[in-house]
Design a protein around this ligand. Structure first.
Ligand code: GLN
Length: 502
């Protein structure tokens, strides 16, 4: 058994039968972090002391027989989720020294189960980006090819799970930030239904889109983390009162009689041939496993999703980020004559270029005279996009698409071209706009070239990069997408492969 690639369910078995203690397990992961972190750079903070203390407590719980699936298991938290007493930076200079006085609800839930938090994960600043290149600190590297990005904004979370630096991680997803890095790093990542998980203590980016979710090595682990962190919370007014099922119970239902739809707009123009081929092969596998495939699904307003997103998300961000004024908390520029200058300088030096771009876009779209033309129009199109999903789910039980149009790109390849960067979320953004759940699972490895591989050419490293497949469900339909994703993982081994970071 690979000690650095234990799943939650494997580690749980070892802990429960006392073959290993949580302290030993945590030390193994700390050693792995020390070994690979110089290459991967997935962490903003490694909390060695805190993790070992929590592990000791977990061992006491286990000795008493109080052992839950996450008890004693080291997980990593994206650095926009508040952890009491542990720096939460959003990978921004603005919050570089911010130590929250409270825990996010998801953290309280993990603590109550005796989970171990091993550190905080690097990300794009304030979760704005698709590559972690917008982190104010450093770029995280993709463990499958360290010259490439891990995706983003939850790039640190995805890279750490792929590299065996944490058993699982939490991320957040506003337009693809869990699923796109999960696809790029060949791990399993779920954006739950809007309202499924409390966002209390998640530092807000775009409040009508943000969701917290798990990044794990397989679907079983994903269900285990969902069981631990889902549910209504009176401290988040958008959290749904719906009862939470036991997500483990649906996994083995199989695919017989299930109707899967392939929305034609998602094999977008410009998609790399290897990505399309891998996902088509995966769809064939799902058909062999007993699902009925409907190729005749259309979500025509998908093509407006990016435009809608880049009005709504920046608008909400401009309002959410108004609180960083240097007065209440966070970075504060002191050396000025008056309050206005202090505020200006705080924001000038505290925020990076992408965050400033979003704030400018958002304040413009919301300003008098432009509001109707941009913000209101975008909201109307959003309603149409959501209705199209509702209609599709009258015909099928789940939808299948690629997670991203490309395999991981090179560090620096798109960082000067925001539009190219925005396009990498073209398949994931509509899902947040509609508020529905979707999971990305490993679906193969393909070439970074635009065209199919010419078999006479020798294979190189660029021909073996991760491809993700997205399974989309109806609102609160996580069980069905787990059922599909689990069946696929039982029949394939993409998710079991691990990168060689030597
Ligand atoms: N990449 C998208 C953006 O830059 C989505 C980010 C996210 O989901 N947090 O806004």
């Amino acid at each position: 058994m690979n000690q650095h690639r234990l799943t939650i369910h494997e580690a749980h078995e070892l802990l429960k039968t006392k073959k290993i203690s949580s302290v030993e397990l945590t030390k193994t992961y700390l050693a792995r972090i020390a070994q690979v972190e110089p290459k991967v750079k997935a962490f903003v903070t490694v909390d060695e002391d805190g993790a070992l203390q929590q592990a000791k407590k977990a061992d006491e719980l286990i000795a008493r027989g109080d052992v839950f699936p996450l008890t004693g298991i080291p997980g990593l938290i994206k650095d926009n989720i508040c952890t009491r007493g542990l720096k939460t930076t959003c990978s921004s200079k603005m919050l570089e020294n911010f130590v929250p006085p409270y825990n996010a609800t998801v953290i309280e839930k993990l603590n109550a189960l005796g989970a171990v938090i091993i550190g905080k994960a690097n990300m794009d600043e304030f979760a704005m980006g698709s590559s972690t290149e917008n982190s104010a600190f450093y770029t995280t590297h993709n463990p499958w090819d360290v010259s490439r990005v891990p995706g983003g904004s939850s790039g640190g979370s995805a890279a750490a799970v792929a590299a065996g630096e944490a058993v699982y991680a939490l991320g957040s997803d506003t337009g693809g930030s869990i699923r796109q890095p999960a696809g790029f790093c060949s791990v399993t990542g779920l954006k739950p239904t809007y309202g499924r998980i409390s966002r209390y203590g998640l530092i807000a980016f775009a409040s009508s889109l943000d969701q917290i979710g798990p990044l794990t090595q397989d679907v079983t682990d994903c269900a285990l983390v969902m069981n631990a962190i889902s549910g209504h919370d009176s401290r988040d007014s958008t959290s749904a009162p719906d009862a939470v099922p036991d997500f483990m119970r649906c996994l083995k239902t199989g695919l017989k009689g299930l109707r899967l739809g392939i929305p034609r707009e998602y094999f977008v123009e410009g998609m790399q041939a290897g990505v399309a081929e891998s996902v088509r092969a995966a769809i064939k596998k799902l058909e062999e496993l007993g699902a009925t495939i409907n190729w005749d699904i259309s979500l025509p307003h998908t093509r407006y999703s990016l435009a809608v997103y880049y009005i709504i998300a920046p608008s909400e961000a401009s309002a959410n980020l108004a609180r960083y004024d240097g007065v209440k908390y966070g970075f504060s520029y002191q050396d000025t004559q008056n309050m206005w200058e202090a505020m200006e300088k705080t924001r000038e030096f505290g925020f990076g270029p992408e965050v400033k771009r979003r704030i400018m876009l958002g304040t413009y779209a919301l300003s008098a005279g432009y509001y109707d033309a941009y913000y209101l129009k975008a909201q109307k199109v959003r309603t149409i996009i959501r209705q199209e999903f509702d209609e599709a789910f009258q015909k099928v039980d789940a939808l299948i698409t690629p997670t991203s149009p490309s395999v991981p790109f090179k560090i620096g390849e798109k960082s000067d071209d925001p539009l190219q960067m925005y396009l990498s979320d073209v398949c994931t953004i509509p899902i947040n706009i509609a508020g529905v759940p979707a999971v990305s699972i490993p679906a193969g490895f393909a070439s970074s070239r635009a065209e199919s591989r010419d078999s006479s050419r020798a294979e190189s490293k660029d021909d073996n990069l991760p491809v993700g497949m997205q399974v989309i469900g109806k609102p609160f339909g996580e069980e069905i997408i787990f059922q599909v994703a689990y069946a696929y993982q039982q029949a394939t081994d993409w998710h079991k492969r691990s990168p060689d970071i030597s």
